[in-house]
Design a protein around this ligand. Structure first.
Ligand code: BDR
Ligand code: CA
Length: 311
């Protein structure tokens, strides 16, 4: 049976590839897409999610509008990475469909409460505002969440937004702290692994060669998005951060890591948003997170290219 998931997202080109990868994969049942302000504000993130569903003819997947701002802080956005629309590089028409009337947090709560014994897997690939709000408002969902597989944080790799903080955690560290302390099993795809999930020029050529509207849109988005990382980190391509979460749910063997205790800094002005990963177990604290650190990059790229070609 396909695994039921909710994608919580702030598209974002790499979010877009994550969504498309999930929609192309029979192993996963995308119950809904919930949006959160992050890479760009609301309502753009929601418009982008609707655009992507329309691109692949999946308007049956409901989209829910979530947080407009972090729990307690001002919103910090990343147009400098993703462009003014969030998914620059793909010329997708305005959506004709609209988001659902229910709030994203209510959808997450109701879906989890109604879940059977297998529970629901939450896939946050943006700031953790919606997930934290759902857990705080209705703690009864905690045993119904099979796993939270998230993109966020960094430890040996440092940060991409401050020297120590990764974007998703930096935008809403208070939400992240609540989620990491919730007791839900967490699998974390931080910059330590996503910076190894690079799309190299030859991979982009494979995506272009798919020669379909979806292939063209993905190649266009990634072509735009890579310029920032190539300039900033001197790496040969763009990291496909968010698709790591979805690839792991399809084929967990693509990744390896270690169970660790993870906490989030919420107070220090200097290091706010840092994920403190006890990689060496020096605190003796009980692990709360499976922290992924290695990826089979070529297997991952093959999966992404093959599935995108099927859309
Ligand atoms: C994360 O931040 C966003 O810019 C990306 O979509 C990804 O989720 C990487 O730090
Ligand atoms: Ca994202």
């Amino acid at each position: 049976m396909a695994r039921p998931i909710i994608i919580d997202t702030d598209p974002g080109q790499d979010d877009a590839v994550a969504i498309l990868l999930a929609l192309a994969s029979p192993e996963l049942d995308v119950l809904g897409i919930t949006t959160v302000a992050g890479n760009v504000p609301q309502p753009l993130v929601t418009t982008n999610a609707l655009r992507l569903c329309e691109l692949v003819g999946r308007t049956d997947v409901p989209v829910f509008i979530g947080a407009h701002q972090p729990l307690v802080r001002e919103l910090f956005t990343a147009e400098y990475v993703h462009g003014p629309t969030g998914i620059d590089g793909a010329d997708l028409p305005d959506p004709v469909t609209t988001a659902q009337p229910k709030h994203a947090v209510d959808f997450i709560i109701d879906t989890c409460l109604a879940a059977g014994t297998d529970g629901v897997t939450l896939c946050p690939v943006g700031p953790l505002t919606n997930i934290a709000s759902a857990i705080a408002r209705e703690p009864m969902i905690i045993p119904k969440i099979r796993e939270i597989a998230l993109m966020g944080g960094g430890f040996f790799a440092g940060g991409n937004t401050t020297p120590v903080a990764e974007f998703n955690i930096y935008v809403d560290p208070d939400a992240a702290s609540l989620v990491f302390n919730s007791g839900v099993p967490i699998t974390m795809f931080s910059l330590d692994v996503t910076h190894k999930a690079l799309v190299l020029p030859e991979d982009l050529d494979r995506i272009r060669a798919i020669d379909t509207p979806v292939g063209e849109a993905v190649a266009g988005m990634l072509g735009y998005y890579e310029r920032h990382d190539v300039e900033k980190y001197g790496i040969a391509g763009a990291p496909l951060h968010d698709p790591c979460v979805i690839a792991y749910l399809i084929d967990p063997d693509l990744f390896t890591g270690k169970a660790c205790r993870v906490d989030v800094e919420t107070e220090s002005e200097l290091t706010v948003g840092q994920t403190i990963v006890d990689w060496w177990g020096v605190t003796g604290a009980e692990p709360n997170t499976m922290v992924m650190s290695e990826i089979d990059r070529s297997g991952f790229i093959d999966l992404v290219v093959e599935r995108i070609a099927e859309l």
